[in-house]
Design a protein around this ligand. Structure first.
Ligand code: PLP
Length: 420
């Protein structure tokens, strides 16, 4: 059976008593330990670790990583502005975005020193027309991708992310037209990537660097696999980094260029640094040949990954009156949506896949583990008008600190304009 990652049952109960459920509880100690591991990524000529803030953009998390010496990568102009609001030095931000900022925002971010990874030919054209002669990064699709699921694979011909690797001549031409200096080559091939495919993509990225003589930085993106479930593997950064280190040295021997390495993890830093605390709010049973259901007071409004990707998250029940018995439970969310499942079939077949869990009842605490990355950040927010959950940080001192209040109904409707 799955176990709690950093919590104890007593601390889970204390958190519920103080803040209610559903509540995300982040662990400062795990966040810092993961940051330290990322900062130890093997490198030959310097390393910048950028936290992919899309994984969880709360200001408290950004500040913790900032103090650890991490910089940030943002996925939209809005994320950049959010990080700046949180007190992050804009020069420590890079932007790699599918939707290029509108002119006013673009000018604001450029003036503040945000670094741009241009992700399409039109982005190069727009940026170059506004800011000729600048230094830029370019994100390429190296021709192959790999993700934990097809929905998190962002490389190869089926992906719209980055500039297709065969378009290097067009990139060079556009850069020359606007006197842009391509100082950073960027690739990111997916989340939960197969380490072997990641290595091949890194090779292809080195080929790309050879075609941009001004490049001083190679950003190899994120995507490092993290085991949330006991049987899932976590990528060893030291292991995948070692062959890369050699490639940096070889390139330097061949060309005299000492390239700086950037990596951009989100999941690796966050996944197991947060637990989602929920309460069993109802039970249902569909009789002989049917299923036992546990209904939580959370669901796709807090953790969409199971519904979206059939992602597996540990579910830990903490019955107040343990019976010692276990039952095969299907754990479901609170939304009026049959797809709102916390325990989907790993094969994403749509069939129900009950899990053997301790017998539980209404009011029992249920902890969903591995809820740090792409959970609070990527929820079906306010569906069924459920308020956004609270976020709490467990400080290294043991103190529980609120880092985002639970939303109120007034906040949910505040932008609606009443009809006269
Ligand atoms: C450009 C970019 N960099 C880094 C990441 C982080 O990926 P992961 O959370 O899998 O490490 C993402 C996530 O999709 C991304 O789009």
């Amino acid at each position: 059976m799955e176990k709690l990652k950093f919590l104890t049952p007593e601390l889970a109960e204390e958190t519920r008593a103080k803040f209610g459920t559903p509540t995300y509880l982040y662990d400062e100690q795990t966040l810092k330990a993961q940051a330290a591991k990322a900062l130890a990524f093997p490198n030959a000529f310097g390393l910048t670790v950028r936290y992919a803030m899309k994984a969880s953009p709360n200001a408290a998390i950004l500040r913790i990583f900032d103090r650890c010496g991490l910089q940030l990568d943002a996925s939209s102009g809005w994320e950049c502005e959010r990080a700046i609001l949180a007190g992050i030095n804009p020069e420590h931000l890079s932007l790699s975005t599918q939707e290029f900022p509108a002119r006013a925002q673009l000018e604001r971010l450029q003036a503040r020193g945000v670094q741009f990874n241009l992700c399409s030919l039109s982005q190069i054209e727009t940026f170059g027309a506004h800011f000729p002669g600048q230094e830029v990064g370019v994100r390429f699709n190296p021709g192959l991708g790999s993700g934990g699921t097809s929905k998190t694979n962002v490389g190869g011909p089926a992906s719209s992310f980055g500039i297709w690797h065969e378009l290097v001549p067009q990139v060079r031409e556009l850069a020359a037209k606007h006197r842009l200096r391509v100082v950073r080559v960027h690739t990111h091939i997916g989340s939960g990537s197969d380490p072997a495919v990641w290595q091949r993509a890194a090779d292809l990225s080195f080929n790309m660097v050879r075609q941009f003589p001004d490049a001083t930085v190679l950003n190899l993106g994120g995507g490092y696999k993290v085991g949330r479930m006991a049987e899932e593997k976590t990528t060893d950064l030291g292991e995948i980094g070692a062959p890369i280190l050699q490639k940096f040295k070889t390139l330097s021997e061949e060309t005299g260029r000492a390239l700086r390495l950037e990596i951009e993890p989100g999941t690796f830093l966050l996944a197991n640094s947060c637990s989602l605390l929920t309460t069993v709010q109802d039970v249902a049973d569909t009789g002989e040949g049917g299923y036992h259901f546990l209904k939580l007071d959370a669901g796709m409004t807090e953790i969409l990954r199971p519904s979206l990707y059939a992602a597996q998250h540990p579910v830990i029940l903490l019955p107040r009156k343990p019976t010692g018995a276990a039952k095969p439970y299907v754990v479901v969310g609170h939304c009026c949506e049959s797809g709102d499942l916390l325990t989907p079939s790993p094969a994403d077949s749509g069939e129900l896949a009950p899990r053997e869990l301790p017998e539980a009842g209404i009011g029992d605490l249920c902890v969903i583990e591995g809820a740090g990355a792409y959970c609070s950040a990527m929820s079906a927010k306010n569906y069924n008008s459920f308020p956004e959950a609270a976020e709490v940080l467990l400080r290294e001192s043991g103190e529980l600190v609120l880092i985002r209040r639970r939303q109120t109904l007034e906040q949910i409707v505040q932008n609606e304009v009443p009809l006269r």
